[in-house]
Design a protein around this ligand. Structure first.
Ligand SMILES: *[C@@H]1O[C@H](CO)[C@@H](O)[C@H](O)[C@H]1NC(C)=O
Ligand SMILES: *[C@@H]1O[C@H](CO)[C@@H](O)[C@H](O)[C@H]1NC(C)=O
Length: 287
């Protein structure tokens, strides 16, 4: 079974390459009130945040994390010229993806959805590229085309398949009983296989791989109303935790590769590799 991505995602951990890109991880647009008019705007913003927070609480996805960014919406109401004349700072850079603002519904009519998956900087919303196996490509034409069963809700976990080969994209480790979740920097590999594992089960041995991998396949949430892709890992003691996605750029000679990293605790992972620069990313199907 040919798998072009097998093993690639782990090259970063052995080569210790230089990091060339600097990412501003937690920069957020912020409206600084300077005039009475701005104070009025701020009150509007706060009302909007409150309204959005209330909406989120009223319709919680069981696992979904939402980050209200109502200030961005409010900031768009004026052009830069208008903002300068009111003593406000200029607009923040254009946000390319924001799950609370962009409603990108999946086509509900088709039982199977075929799409590539966009990668966005979680903090800024800026596009990073498209998923290509366990890496990120900026060329949409070389991105992976996925196929998956149309999910009924964000808590309906599905398998994510390669559209051309039918292989399942699974998260896996080389050890059984591998814990992923809060309090550990443990991370998983993304790989393709013929093995399907039962819904809700922990790791299953995959004997098609050498060395043997222990994987889980129906772990992907694709929110039908936003297209946001999330993964959930079941531990051997039955606990289930969200898997977070980081991108990491490695440069060898003149060629750079952006890898995806899958961990249950972003802060712990960053502490473990303090000299590396990671960008937390959001994955969104592009249909
Ligand atoms: C997905 O796979 C089907 C079946 O092989 C094929 O007909 C279709 O063209 C593929 N779609 C894309 C976008 O690659
Ligand atoms: C499972 O194990 C982890 C790590 O030891 C622990 O933090 C968690 O509370 C356990 N969960 C259950 C349901 O036993």
């Amino acid at each position: 079974m040919h798998n072009p991505y097998k093993g690639r995602q782990q090259t970063f951990s052995t080569q210790g390459p230089r990091v060339e890109t600097i990412a501003c991880l937690f920069e957020r647009p912020f409206v600084k009130p300077q005039t009475a008019f701005a104070m009025f705007s701020l009150i509007q913003v706060l009302s909007l945040i409150l309204a959005m927070a209330t909406t989120s609480l009223a319709s919680p996805g069981p696992y979904l994390r939402r980050s209200p960014t109502a200030t961005v919406v409010q900031a768009r109401d004026f052009t830069n010229a208008e903002r300068f004349s009111r003593g406000l700072p200029p607009l923040a850079p254009r946000v390319l993806y924001n799950p609370t603002r962009v409603r990108r519904s999946l086509p509900s009519s088709s039982p199977t959805i075929v799409s590539n998956v966009g990668v966005f900087n979680k903090a800024t919303g800026a596009s990073v590229g498209y998923v290509r196996g366990a890496t990120v490509t900026t060329a949409e034409s070389s991105s992976t085309t996925f196929a998956f069963r149309s999910p009924s809700s964000a808590s309906d976990l599905v398998e994510l398949n390669d559209n051309s080969s039918g292989l399942h994209y699974v998260l896996a480790s080389y050890t059984n009983g591998y814990y992923v979740g809060p309090g550990t920097y443990n991370s998983l590999i993304l790989t393709t296989t013929t093995l399907s594992t039962p819904a809700g089960s922990g790791q299953q041995p995959d004997y098609t791989k050498g060395p043997i991998q222990y994987s889980e396949s129906p772990i992907w949430s694709i929110d039908p109303s936003t297209g946001v892709v999330t993964a959930y890992w079941v531990n051997s003691n039955g606990s289930q935790y969200q898997v977070y996605f980081l991108s990491y750029v490695t440069t060898v000679g003149t060629s750079s590769t952006t890898s995806l990293i899958f961990t249950g605790d972003v802060a712990a992972y960053k502490v473990q590799f303090p000299t590396r620069i990671f960008t937390e990313v959001t994955l969104v199907v592009s249909v």
